[in-house]
Design a protein around this ligand. Structure first.
Ligand code: NAD
Ligand code: DAU
Length: 338
């Protein structure tokens, strides 16, 4: 069998690095090319164990740079492109939307155009459940209308629909995935779970927005990676697939779970001013994917405990991240010192 080449963008981030680990655990005969700009969220330490592997190539560069993207196509002729690269933090998009519009929309355009020129077997656009907006009751299907409620979600919706248009107009083999909130190892500690675990470990406040009752549907990152690979193999071109965790929880429930696991007091919780435009609840109907034969492999509470324990065991990974620019962002955003 010929060696397949995976072109992964944003592979030094949270989900991208988990996906590259997943690929090398699953296959012996693949090559992975990872293009990452190494923004504040991109961390080569996430892939330290494979950095010298002969089947792995790292390219530092921007998905908006057509020259570097074209060089990768010329040199490696990828079979599959999986686009994880994005500005991904909602709170940062509220303060500074420009970089989101560039990477999450224009970057998708550059990747699509170059893929069109060279051809490939699959272009997987990693979108998000946030493109649907908030839902009070019931769950969104792939046919639900898109009502993104913050600049991050809107830029992701733009990239999502642009990818679809390349299927319709140019018959490109595009598939779009929309997953719910991921959790697991290597998540930058600005997001709810790693922020709260690492703050609690240092006896710092856990800043909970609003009344703490917003609901997210939690998906273990290893299940997400498995679903992406399943879709790459079995999904149909031009289709959108929701990927749900099936674990809807209020933020306060997640917060208390973390504190209980770590044996820390509830008075570490600090209710703070709500996020502007804060979506109340996300919920996905992913029966389309399940009917194709995919299901989660991990139990939610076990995976959450394993995740918390990973941050307990890997202080050397996250401590350096909670310094410099992170502290400035934290102070500006939460109006308190960490
Ligand atoms: P992340 O912020 O941890 O990682 C993003 C990565 O992209 C980083 O390594 C960063 O350096 C890189 N990057 C950013 N701009 C780039 C550019 N212009 N060129 C090249 N690389 C660039 O994000 P994540 O949580 O791993 O999310 C990955 C993808 O999954 C995103 O597209 C996000 O929208 C989507 N998604 C995330 C979740 C979630 O819960 N985290 C859920 C659904 C979908
Ligand atoms: O739903 C998928 C999305 O999940 C992805 O597309 C995004 O890239 C990813 O960042 C995530 O977005 P959220 O805004 O849902 O994740 P975040 O971890 O920022 O927040 C989760 C919930 O916790 C949300 O209701 C806001 C709340 N929260 C978050 C932070 C960082 C707090 O209450 N306090 C906080 O300090």
């Amino acid at each position: 069998m010929s060696v397949k080449t995976y072109f992964v963008t944003g592979g030094c981030g949270f989900i991208g690095s988990n996906y590259i680990h997943y690929l090398f655990e699953r296959y012996d005969n693949i090559r992975v090319v990872n293009l990452d700009k190494l923004t504040y969220a991109g961390n080569p330490a996430n892939l330290k164990d494979i950095e010298n592997c002969s089947d792995y190539v790292f390219v530092k560069g921007d998905v908006c740079d057509s020259k570097v993207v074209e060089e990768i196509f010329q040199k490696f002729r990828p079979d599959f492109l999986i686009n994880f690269a994005a500005e991904s933090h909602v709170d940062r998009s509220i303060g500074d939307p420009g970089s989101f519009i560039m990477t999450d929309m224009y970057g998708v355009y550059v990747l699509l155009e170059t893929s069109k020129k060279y051809g490939l077997e699959r272009f997987i656009q990693i979108s998000t459940d946030e493109v649907y907006g908030s839902i009070e009751e019931g769950s969104f299907t792939e046919g639900s209308s898109l009502k993104p409620g913050n600049p991050y979600a809107a830029s992701k919706a733009g990239g999502d629909r642009l990818a679809y248009s390349y299927f319709v107009t140019y018959k490109m083999p595009v598939i779009i995935t929309r997953a719910s909130n991921n959790f697991g190892p290597y998540q930058y500690p600005e997001k709810l779970i790693p922020l709260f675990v690492t703050n609690a470990l240092e006896d710092k406040y856990l800043p909970l927005y609003g009344d703490g009752k917003n609901v997210r549907d939690w998906l273990y990152v290893k299940d997400h990676c498995d679903a992406i690979e399943f879709i790459l193999e079995k999904g149909k071109e031009g289709e959108v697939y929701n990927i749900a965790g099936g674990n809807e929880r209020q933020n306060i429930e997640i917060t208390e779970f973390i504190l209980d696991y770590l044996g820390k007091p509830k008075n570490l919780i600090k209710y703070v001013e709500d996020r502007p435009g804060h979506d109340r609840r996300y919920s996905l109907d992913d029966s389309k994917l399940r009917n194709l034969g995919w299901s989660n492999k991990y139990d939610f509470e076990e995976a959450l405990r394993a995740t918390i324990q990973w941050y307990v065991d890997n202080r050397d990974w996250w401590r350096p991240l909670k310094s410099g620019e992170f502290l400035e962002f934290y102070k500006r955003h939460y109006k308190m010192e960490l």
